[in-house]
Design a binder for this molecule. Structure first.
Ligand SMILES: C[S@@+](CC[C@H](N)C(=O)[O-])C[C@H]1O[C@@H](n2cnc3c(N)ncnc32)[C@H](O)[C@@H]1O
Length: 290
């Protein structure tokens, strides 16, 4: 991407070509669990929102396409959903695989499938281990999608991935996908320290940088500093995001579902008109029934 040519977006040691696994140095993966806690530390608002909508819509099978260390997936396994979890980062998946192994005596975890997959090739990757499988719901949460930068300058890669997500759903299935409130971050240059998803026990400082290339915000860099050690040890890692504006992201999503989906947008899990400056926008797309 243009921004990537003028700004060093990754920690040193992470290659710039091929799939950009921003978690490849393992730093974020190691500290992620401390950062977001375990599935019990997911906020009640988040659990109520996600599980409530899944149940209300009769969803049973869920594909978590940015499972990371597996925290959200485990929350769903615990609640009785049939979960398939994928991620492109083996450094993150390693933690999910270990979590499943640690719970191997619990029958709920027998059917939890964890595999490597990339959004760019998602339907093909999923059918390599579950041929022909379509899901009642696909989730891509925790500000994950914004990791996909814009290599071509016209967001074509992002649009292709959104079409891939729609393809993995049954007719009438739901896609849950979110992004931070980049409109506010671009304007203020700051990121809210608290998260709506988890109750982090440790002090987190997030330094925000917005890179504007030829008048257009193209990259947001968040430098996380988490005071997570017993001996005052600090963990630092850098993650980069494409700054999706609500308006543009809404239209990309609708295009990916051929303008035939029911689209609800939530602000911090509440109706859009109830929160003036939310930290996150959560989009729920219901794929057309036929
Ligand atoms: C912010 S983490 C979120 C993990 C989890 N959902 C959570 O809330 O804890 C984002 C995840 O997206 C994954 N990811 C980024 N780009 C991806 C891609 N192109 N295909 C598959 N996964 C990707 C990363 O590897 C990472 O584990």
């Amino acid at each position: 991407m243009a921004a990537d040519k003028v700004f060093h977006s990754r920690s040193e040691g992470i290659p710039s070509e091929g799939v950009k696994d921003q978690y490849a140095d393992g730093k974020a993966a190691r500290v992620w669990k401390k950062f977001i806690g375990d599935s019990n530390e997911r906020t009640q608002n988040y659990k109520n929102f996600l599980i409530g909508l899944l149940r209300k819509n009769g969803c049973e099978s869920v594909l978590d396409i940015a499972c990371g260390t597996g925290i959200d997936s485990m929350m769903l396994v615990e609640e009785g959903f049939k979960v398939v979890s994928v991620d492109a980062s083996d450094k993150m998946l390693k933690h999910a695989l270990k979590a499943r192994w640690d719970r191997r005596k619990d029958p709920k975890y027998d059917e939890w499938i964890i595999e490597e997959a990339n959004w760019e090739t998602l339907p093909r990757d999923v059918s390599s281990f579950l041929p022909g499988k379509l899901f009642d719901a696909v989730i891509c949460l925790g500000n994950s999608f914004a990791h996909l930068l814009d290599d071509d300058g016209d967001q074509r890669g992002q649009k292709m991935c959104l079409r891939n997500f729609a393809q993995c759903l049954k007719p009438g299935g739901l896609l849950f996908i979110d992004h931070r409130n980049y409109d506010a971050m671009i304007n203020s240059g700051a990121t809210p320290g608290h998260s709506i998803y988890y109750n982090c026990k440790y002090p987190v400082d997030i330094k925000t940088s917005v890179l504007v290339v030829r008048g257009k915000p193209e990259l947001v860099t968040l430098d996380y500093c988490i005071d997570a050690g017993e001996h005052n040890e600090k963990s630092e890692f850098r993650l980069c995001y494409y700054p999706h504006t609500l308006k543009k992201f809404t239209s990309m999503l609708e295009e990916a579902f051929d303008a035939r989906a029911k689209h609800e947008i939530y602000a911090d899990f509440k109706p859009l008109n109830q929160v003036s400056t939310p930290g996150f926008y959560i989009h729920v797309m219901e794929k057309a029934k036929q």
